[in-house]
Design a protein around this ligand. Structure first.
Ligand code: G6P
Length: 609
């Protein structure tokens, strides 16, 4: 949510910053801006719209010369989408200029104070308030002015700040929102995530909460906002450029859908000991005893990760026999939740930065729960805050609509469930059999991907319809929810996902002639019940599109269209049944001419409440 990038070094900053913004554009894309300090002082260019609009404007108005600068791509929180509200924002006295990701919660009170001091505001943003506050406190040392200002603010921020009066200094700071500092030779690149850094250096460190870093071309100093010096933990970024480039694909979403077989093979690599039936998860070893004794698990997440969490609830109860519930992090954190002895909280998040999920995790930890992370981004805040965890290993996900992270999350929750199950009640035979099946999942996904063209043709038949239902039972009730979410978030078709039987309690009133109703109807314990629900839809004129198991001929006679998937044990089936739904959503969005990778109003990583 908002992408920020800063550069200080010897190369022309503009090109580097714009390239960085393009990599971060998935984080927000309603306006963009850049500021560079050069011989002629501070120059700022801002534009409403995508990074491309900013580039067009720079082309028209001429390049910004200088080797130090900062840039921003915005997802609006305070203030409408206008050029005046775009970042960078600057103060009115001291030549302070900053970009910001987050929300300054007490901005109104600070604004009143600054207005009383005579400052004139030209935007509606909380960011301008912070720029003015730093300017107000500036006495010739940018680092101390930033520290002093941050001691006054509440809320979340990742900021990069420069000052016209100190043209060789760049300051960055964070609380809540992520910020990575890349260390090159004679240069530093600061960015919201590593994708904007790896083209320049693989040495980096994540800035910790309440930390401030002062960068000059040959020196780096990290301190707290109280000015106590700290030593950052430098790490090696493992991302390679190929992973974050489109290659031959039209969209990142399609690339990521097709990456799922290799991504999941990576998730499983070295973790399945089929002989003993044990799952090997180095990150959990230290806590194995606590996991075995866990009395209750709460899984918390948002968005697609929540749907994976819901599948995790079925898995943990079914396989590991531990009472489990899932809860939206945004609700959990404010609900005064009861955490008893033996409660384990699992935070599921692709980015590891979702503000609500992080806050729910902190709440659970404060109340004494053991915390686990199921996270994709290595070194992200949630990954660092949890007691232990398991990484997805599916590689960077750029498309705003999550696909490979979903299957990766379900895969890891399956691994955790089996890790606990085998150490609790499950026999080696039963566990080994499941592990063997799990290993086959990537190939089975591959087989579904081979039907992508058929799914496109099928989607063409229904793409003009504005209301869809997605129905499933048991393990595939959350899959139905995920299918509906995928469709609505990128094609703007109204879709609802729910348990198939719930349809009778209201939503059935929506079914009219030709309404597409997607059933997840693979072979499983509730197959016959799903057939009954399909008949109920058909008798009201709905058009049934079924996801069914290969070889199921019965379903052909009652569904208008069938998308076949290979046979998989029910507990593992969501990783396979979701694939046709992802492809359908993708094709629907393309057929409707929507911007698949940057759907309106959305951001990949929601770092505000
Ligand atoms: C946003 C994204 C979703 C994602 C959700 C949770 O809403 O658009 O795709 O599922 O955040 O993100 P996380 O990074 O915590 O998995």
């Amino acid at each position: 949510m908002c992408g920020i990038v800063g550069y200080i070094g010897t190369k022309p900053a503009q090109q580097l910053l714009v390239e960085g913004l393009k990599r971060l554009e998935y984080r927000g894309y309603d306006s963009a801006g850049i500021a560079v300090i050069g011989q002629s002082g501070l120059s700022i260019t801002r534009a409403v719209g995508r990074v491309q609009s900013l580039e067009d404007k720079l082309e028209e108005t001429g390049s910004l010369e200088g080797t130090l600068g900062l840039a921003h791509t915005r997802w609006a929180t305070h203030g409408t989408v206008t050029q005046a509200n775009a970042h960078p924002q600057r103060d009115d006295t001291s030549g302070i200029c900053l970009v910001h990701n987050g929300i300054i919660e007490n901005y109104a009170a600070i604004k009143t104070y600054l207005e009383e001091k005579g400052h004139q505001f030209s935007s509606e943003t909380d960011t301008e308030v912070l720029a003015m506050l730093i300017g107000e406190l500036y006495e010739g040392d940018l680092e101390s002015a930033v520290q002093a200002a941050l001691r006054e603010v509440t809320g979340a921020y990742a900021i990069v700040v420069v000052c016209e009066q100190e043209p060789d200094v760049m300051i960055a700071a964070r609380k809540g929102s992520p910020l990575m500092i890349g260390i090159g030779s004679g240069e530093y690149i600061v960015a919201s995530d590593p994708s904007a850094i790896v083209a320049h250096t693989t040495q980096a460190f994540p800035l910790e909460n309440y930390n401030v870093v002062k960068l000059t071309r040959d020196h780096i100093r990290t301190s707290t906002i109280e000015n106590i010096e700290v030593t950052p933990r430098i790490m090696q970024l493992e991302m390679d450029l190929g992973q974050i480039e489109l290659g031959d694909y039209d969209h990142f979403m399609l690339k990521e859908i097709f990456e799922q077989p290799s991504a999941l093979s990576n998730t499983f690599r070295g973790r399945l000991d089929k002989k003993s039936g044990k799952v090997v998860l180095g990150g959990l070893d230290e806590f194995a005893k606590q996991l075995v004794k866990a009395k209750r698990v709460i899984i918390t997440a948002q968005g697609t990760a929540m749907h994976a969490a819901m599948i995790g609830e079925y898995l943990l109860e079914d396989l590991a026999k531990v009472p489990t519930e899932c809860e939206y992090a945004s609700e959990f954190r404010y609900r005064n939740p009861i955490i008893e002895d033996g409660t384990m909280v699992v935070a599921v998040s692709q980015s590891g930065e979702t503000a609500d999920t992080l806050a729910a995790l902190e709440e659970a930890k404060d109340r004494g729960a053991l915390s686990l992370g199921v996270i994709n981004v290595v070194g992200s805040t949630i990954a660092r805050e949890t007691d232990a965890g398991v990484y997805l290993r599916v590689g960077p996900e750029i498309g705003v609509a999550s696909t490979k992270a979903f299957t990766g999350q379900v895969a890891v929750l399956t691994l955790i469930s089996l890790f606990m199950a085998r150490r609790r009640f499950m026999s080696a035979e039963e566990s080994s059999a499941l592990l063997k099946q799990l290993e086959l999942v990537p190939d089975k996904i591959e087989r579904v991907l081979e039907t992508a063209d058929t799914i496109r043709t099928l989607t063409e038949k229904y793409v003009h319809r504005e209301n869809w239902l997605f129905l499933g039972r048991g393990y595939n009730y959350p899959t139905a929810m995920e299918g509906a979410l995928k469709l609505k978030e990128i094609s703007y078709i109204h879709a609802e996902g729910m348990p198939a039987a719930e349809m009778k309690h209201g939503p059935i009133a929506l079914i009219d002639k030709g309404m597409p109703v997607v059933f997840i109807a693979n072979r499983g314990a509730q197959y016959e019940k799903v057939m009954i629900n399909i008949e109920e839809v058909r008798s009201r004129g709905g058009h049934v599109i079924a996801v069914a198991t290969e070889g199921d001929t019965q379903i052909k006679s009652i569904a208008e269209d069938v998308m076949y998937v290979p046979d998989v044990p029910e507990a593992l089936s969501p990783m396979v049944t979701v694939i046709p739904l992802q492809l359908m959503a993708y094709h629907a969005a393309v057929l409707r001419g929507k911007d698949v990778d940057k759907p309106r109003n959305l951001a990949k990583s929601v770092t505000v409440e």
